[in-house]
Write a protein that binds this ligand. Sequence first.
Ligand code: PLP
Length: 400
Amino acid sequence: MLKIGQQEAKAAAKVILSRNLIRFLERKAGQLSECAKFEREFSEKMGTKYALVVTSGTGALICSLAGLGIGPGDEVIVPAYTFMATPVAVLAVGAIPVIADIDESLMLDPADAEAKITSRTKAIIPVHMVGLASNMDGIVRVARKRGVKVLEDACQADGGSYGGKRLGSIGDVGAYSFNYYKNITCGEGGAVVTNDPTVYERAIIHHDPGTAFRSHRADLRIAPFTGLHFRMNEILAAVLRVQLRRVDGLLARLREQKARFVDALADTGLKLLPNNDPEGDCATVLALSFPSEKEARRYMSLLASEGVDSETPIDSDRHIYSNWDPILARRGSYHPALNAFARPENAASEVEYSEDMCPRTLDLLSRAVFIDLHPDSTAAAVRKKIDGCKRAADGLAAKQ
Ligand SMILES: Cc1ncc(COP(=O)(O)O)c(C=O)c1O
């Protein structure tokens, strides 16, 4: 959702000219780095006590898992519909991803997540796909009942909300991506949010192998362990601060646009996908549901003949578990001894994968159609697209 311009260029140039390119330089008393300023502003916006900016959404997921203390011997439940980075992060900390079905909303089904819990389960990762919210009431209820943690993957839903709370701030920890395709972007980036000081401290330590030498070392209650390098730089943090100021306006324009589609299509017979929180939806897509894949594809081809682009999530490649071939083949690392699937601590895990293990997910994805919305679309372009959607719906009805 690239919305970037002069303000970001100015902010980046200011940092470059200052020559203070990395966050952990010694600065004058009271002077915060761009990264620290972004973290303060991001945690305020998300409504959490802590935020940590990192280099990617994958890094944010890994630091969140480290924050929760998850590792070999543990299982973590992930939805069958998410980008492969979600289960990859679980493998990166030595744990085993357990794949659960989605429900009609295309988000993780709380009932199937519960059914997949074993004595080894430490966390559930609901993923807010294409700006839509997961059923957080259902997931948090299951997690609290069964004593497991919730890590929200909000990488595709920066700024969205559920029940009036920002996505990512509802579970025990939340992860965001700021890569090129996301609602907020600096090219590549990510963030972790939490209210738990232990999760935060572990995440800070894990994201910076130099923690032992930093001035904030004195404030940590946990002795630094050897972390990895997910440190954000000052130039991109300055860009992110501008992007953060844009996000609510951008989502407001998308929501207003989506409302126009929803109103205009109300009596066409088209069915909107069930939505766990229509008000908090980022509205990056208009999501429709059809009785069969055949009808979904027929509607897409009618849309194409009207000049309206659409896609079905069943074609979204590495966002569907059946296309996660390195995972299905249990190739979890470059080195056999680092492969979580081969680790002795995970030997008792009975997790198995197959391409057809979640037929419900495949069926639901094959019957859904997404029409992308963009905040820069003019009123005329939106009207034209709506007319195209209506005519395609008429065409679909005529063929039935
Ligand atoms: C749902 C989801 N999780 C995690 C990620 C990983 O984010 P990044 O590409 O910033 O590492 C992505 C990125 O596309 C994603 O869509």
